[in-house]
Design a protein around this ligand. Structure first.
Ligand SMILES: [Ca+2]
Length: 251
């Protein structure tokens, strides 16, 4: 096993097996993932990637068909299967229902994996970790021991619970529990105005926010921004967040 950061013999990747792809791009949160490894067994989630392999893009077969995901092999408590990533504003998250259904962005940059790719992972009984970083200050995280999303017929309704946060983050997802997902072309919120338009995003909007993690990537307009209530203090105020990662691990 070569250390992460070095390429192995490229011929090892030509066998039709699941393998991590190479890239020169560094991930912003710990570690790099320039490894190039070849696995011979099928992977249902990133937890099936053997110890010693590098963070990177792996092909999973959670429901028998291939889905590429980014596996974080470095963050504590992992390996983690990343389902959403934001950190540089390169991808606009103001997207349609079909784009949220199928996924958008780049696994080696910013992305949403897509409900139809996330649901076969959730069928394996996963917990959710959300990592957040403001425009200043340290990375923080919150975990939910229960995280499930219904099918498209019931509009990807959120089922979340079992909150914990060693960083003391407010539980800003609970407010959205039991609500269907909303996009600009399928609003399912109770508000009389447009939550998707106000937030320039998509989310399980109820009467809009306690959290808006797929909102506008902007620092100075907190209400429209990608935000999380009480991020810095229990002040009842929203904070624009710069970095978002949503990640899964089998319980
Ligand atoms: Ca609807």
């Amino acid at each position: 096993m070569s250390p992460c950061g070095l390429h192995r013999n490229p011929s090892e990747s030509r066998q039709g097996h699941s393998h991590a792809r190479t890239s020169g791009r560094d991930w912003t949160i710990p570690g790099t993932w320039r490894g190039h490894t070849c696995l011979t067994s099928s992977l249902n989630n990133c937890g099936d990637v053997p110890t010693g392999h590098c963070s990177g893009v792996y092909t999973l077969t959670p429901a028998g068909s291939n889905v590429d995901v980014f596996c974080d092999m470095d963050t504590a408590g992992g390996p983690w299967t990343i389902i959403a990533s934001r950190y540089d504003g390169s991808v606009d998250f103001y997207k349609s229902w079909n784009e949220y259904k199928n996924g958008f962005g780049s696994l080696t940059g910013e992305f949403w994996l897509g409900f139809e790719n996330v649901r076969p992972l959730l069928a394996q009984n996963m917990k959710l970790r959300i990592e957040l970083k403001g425009w200043s200050g340290p990375l923080k995280h919150v975990e939910y021991d229960t995280f499930d999303i219904s099918d498209e017929a019931s509009e990807y309704t959120l089922n979340v619970g079992g909150y914990s946060s060693s960083d003391g983050l407010y539980d800003a997802l609970n407010y959205h529990n039991g609500w269907p997902f909303s996009t600009y072309d399928n609003g399912n919120y109770m508000s009389g105005f447009s939550c998707t338009s106000n937030g320039h995003g998509a989310w399980w909007y109820t009467n809009c926010y306690h959290s808006n993690l797929f909102g506008k990537w902007i620092t100075n307009d907190v209400y429209a921004a990608t935000n999380w209530l009480n991020f810095y203090a229990n002040s009842g105020s929203y904070t624009a967040v710069k970095t978002v990662r949503m990640m899964l691990k089998k319980k």
